[in-house]
Design a protein around this ligand. Structure first.
Ligand SMILES: Cc1ncc(COP(=O)(O)O)c(C=O)c1O
Length: 374
């Protein structure tokens, strides 16, 4: 069954090899571990922290490139400039953040020109297509997938490392065999502790940046959670879940379309570029940072889910030379709002949530007119 699933994914993603892993994080760790020691990994400045943890566990230093204002994906000009200045960068990671497609064609040319490896992270974009209708995740020298919590296909965990390279695949399989099996109860315990510690540090860091340095100990503290063998039932769960992909893709696109339609006339909301082929991870948009705290509270008090994810992780590192150089990521971190588009939000609930957003923005507009808010 494992061989069949690996072959199915390799065929779908037009790669010679697929190595199934316990998570997207393990797949990233396998990719980063291919780099000779001393080489660095270039990440988007705003991204899921697991990418940093994977690099840290692979003992590879990270540098960052800013993201694009139109879709929050890594900016090819910023990548070009970093590659020109840092010859030690060996891997560039393009993440289709929020499901938005990074400009892989341009990135691949830039990365090839500098002799680096392009890792395409399709963890949040499964089933999505680029502007030429090509499946996201098919163009990287290595592509990675995730079947974990909140992803488009949720199978209670799982990931994939995909590549055409025979040597990297051989190395990946042998590295994978060095990982331990970790029990479900231990994983649950660790992920509860992680959540308990992560949010207070994140909040403190937003007030005073030096608190972010506490995250440096996370990769080792939570090593068993990030790096372990896949459970014995993982293959069956992923195989079953994949059968529902087309339905999930349609649902997400329809719900996102409702939000876009209902919220388009609302003053004070800024959308990312609309691309027809993508599969939204969440419906993400931006509002003024001065009202975001009130917005999140209002929407949550009404009983809806909403988040302000992702952080500008480039600020977490203490290297003064690098901080303050990611204006787009730093701005989007303060403005971003995510609404749910998975099966827990049907068309009616999406309409109700749109009304709540509308109400909040409308009442704010009235207060502004009356001079009650500045
Ligand atoms: C863009 C991205 N890449 C990789 C990962 C890691 O995937 P996993 O949760 O399966 O470890 C995540 C989520 O955590 C993600 O959002």
């Amino acid at each position: 069954m494992l061989n069949r699933l690996e072959r199915q994914l390799a065929t779908e993603y037009k790669k010679k090899h697929c190595v199934l892993t316990a998570s997207g994080t393990v797949a990233l760790w396998l990719a980063f571990s291919q780099l000779p020691l001393g080489k660095k990994v270039l990440l988007p400045a705003m991204v899921c922290p697991n990418l940093l943890y994977a690099a840290s566990l692979a003992e590879r230093e990270v540098v960052y490139a800013d993201i694009r204002d139109i879709d929050a994906t890594i900016c090819p000009d910023s990548v070009e400039s970093k590659l020109s200045r840092h010859s030690e960068i060996g891997i560039v990671v393009a993440v289709h953040l929020f499901g938005n497609n990074a400009n892989i064609r341009v990135l691949k040319d830039v990365v090839d020109k500098h002799g680096a490896i392009l890792v395409e992270d399709a963890a949040q974009s499964m089933g999505g297509l680029d502007d030429e209708n090509v499946l996201l995740g098919t163009k990287g020298d290595v592509s990675i997938l995730s079947f974990g919590h909140t992803k488009i296909i949720q199978a209670g965990g799982g990931g994939a490392f995909l590549t055409d390279n025979d040597d990297w695949t051989k190395d990946a399989r042998s590295l994978l065999s060095t990982l331990d099996h970790v029990s479900k109860s231990r994983l649950d315990e660790l992920s509860e502790e992680y959540r308990r510690l992560f949010y207070p540090i994140w909040i403190a860091g937003q007030r005073e940046q030096s608190f972010y340095s506490l995250f440096e100990s996370f990769p080792m503290l939570f090593k068993d959670m990030f790096l372990h063998q896949a459970g014995s039932d993982q293959v069956a769960k992923i195989t079953n879940a994949l059968e529902g992909l087309a339905e999930k893709v349609t649902h997400r696109r329809e719900v996102a379309e409702i939000y876009r339609h209902e919220l388009s006339p609302v003053d004070g909301i800024k959308f990312f570029r609309s691309a027809k082929g993508i599969v939204p991870w969440r419906f993400s948009f931006r509002i003024d940072p001065s009202i975001r705290g009130q917005f999140l509270k209002y929407i949550r008090d009404k009983g809806f889910d909403v988040s302000s994810w992702y952080p500008c992780v480039a600020k977490w590192m203490c290297d003064e030379a690098e901080s303050g150089h990611f204006p787009v990521a730093e701005r989007i971190e303060r403005e971003i709002i995510n609404l749910w588009v998975d099966e827990s939000y049907g068309q009616n609930r999406a309409m109700e949530l749109s009304c709540a957003v509308n109400e909040f923005m409308g009442s704010l507009h009235n207060q502004l007119k009356k001079g009650e808010v500045r």
